[in-house]
Structure formats: C-alpha cells, structure tokens
Design a protein around this ligand. Structure first.
Ligand code: AP5
Length: 189
C-alpha cells in the first residue's frame, strides 16, 4: 500500500498512520516526526529548521525532501508507505509526483481526514502537556491551521483531479476513523 494522509494539524494523521501501517504491513513515515528527530542536527548545521517548526511555519522543501528520500525508498522495499505530513503545498505535490514517477512510488490513494478546526484546537492544546512546542501556543496552532487552509487544502483538488482522493469523517474514536478509512479505501481500490 502506498497511501498519503492529508488533514489539518491534529486531525489524526499520525494516529491513523500508525494504525494503517500495522494493518497494511507498510511503513508509517511522518515528515513532522522526522524533522523533530533531526531538529538538533539540522539546527546545528545552520538551517534554522527548529525556528520554522516552533513557529508552525513550513520548513524549506529541500530539507523535507532530503529527509524523506531514504525512508520512502526503504518503505518501497517493505510493503509500501503511509505518508503523513507530506506533501503540504502544490509545489511539494508536484515535486513528489515527478520524483515518484521514476521510482514506482506513485500513491495508490490519498485519504483526507476531515474534521472541524474547533475539534483539533482542543486536541492540540490538550496534547501540549506532552511537550510538543508547537502545541503550547494558541497563536502557533492558529498559524498551522491557516497554513493548512491556504497552502495544503488546494491539494484536495489536485489529488481529486487525479482520481486518488478519498474523504473520511475523522471524528469519533481512532478505531472508528480507521474502520471508515479502510472502508473508503476498499471502495476506491
Ligand atoms: P506535523 O508533525 O506533520 O504536524 P501537524 O500536521 O501539525 O499534525 P500533528 O502531528 O499535530 O497532528 P496529526 O494530524 O498527526 O494528529 P495526531 O495523530 O498527532 O508537522 C509539524 C511541523 O513540521 C509543521 O508545522 C512544519 O513546521 C514542519 N513540517 C512537517 N511536514 C512538512 C512539510 N511537508 N513541509 C514543510 N514543513 C513541514 O493527533 C493529534 C492529537 O489528537 C493526539 O493527542 C492524538 O492522541 C489525538 N487524537 C488523534 N486521533 C484522535 C481521535 N480520533 N479522537 C480523539 N483524539 C485523537
């Protein structure tokens, strides 16, 4: 399975990514987790990536692409990928499509986890106790939502035009959302 998950911050991309990776025996790859794991290295090397992440701004494309290349290639050898957090802009989607064509990495489907902003505001503020810096400031959460609506939402049209998009109601428990996603994918694939 090669699946891209789209959704506002807090819509459950990471949670569903883990569940669906287990279901499909594929690899969950989160661009945000990769960036957080490499934050010290990247900041140390002078790219200032930490500042982007803390402020809720998008990290430059070349940094994200270079972090994703190896895990995606490895995942293609092991049952495919469940990709969460990438692409986030039309420019990234076009780069991804271009790279994927030559590598046999084109997604089988793109699942949009649809949920109201009000629900995710509560979830993200609730998670701030776990230490993610971009969850602890309401203004940063608003900025992340704004970037989704301005820069990422146009990807729904991009993937719908390519016949890849399924939309899933992402309210309810993680297990309910997983079951809806699997049913939507089954109907689509
Ligand atoms: P990223 O890590 O991708 O963060 P995000 O998109 O803001 O998403 P979250 O991880 O906050 O939420 P999620 O949708 O994964 O939901 P989750 O399952 O965690 O990106 C962080 C930053 O990295 C970006 O702001 C940017 O700076 C940079 N970045 C990343 N990718 C980039 C790219 N491609 N280009 C440029 N920059 C990039 O759930 C959230 C919470 O809700 C959890 O507490 C969870 O337990 C709970 N929850 C989940 N599902 C449910 C449910 N069904 N019911 C109740 N609670 C639930």
């Amino acid at each position: 399975m090669k699946l891209i998950l789209l959704g506002v911050p807090g819509s459950g991309k990471g949670t569903q990514g883990r569940l669906l990776a287990e279901h499909f025996r594929a690899t969950h790859i989160s661009s945000g987790e990769l960036l957080r794991a490499h934050l010290t290295d990247l900041t140390g090397s002078g790219t200032g990536v930490g500042e982007y992440v803390r402020a809720g701004e998008l990290v430059p494309d070349e940094v994200v692409l270079s972090l994703l290349h190896e895990p995606v290639m490895a995942a293609l050898e092991r049952g495919g990928y469940i990709l969460d957090g990438f692409p986030r802009t039309l420019a990234q989607a076009e780069l991804a499509t271009e790279h994927a064509l030559g590598l046999g990495a084109t997604p089988d489907a793109v699942a949009y986890l649809e949920i109201p902003d009000a629900t995710v505001r509560r979830r993200l503020l609730g998670r701030s106790a776990e230490g993610r810096l971009d969850d602890s400031d309401a203004a940063v959460i608003e900025r992340r939502l704004q970037i989704f609506h301005e820069a990422t939402q146009p990807l729904l049209g991009y993937y719908s035009d390519r016949g890849l998009l399924v939309t899933v109601d992402a309210s309810g428990t993680p297990e309910e959302v997983e079951a809806r996603t699997l049913a939507a994918l089954k109907a689509r694939l």
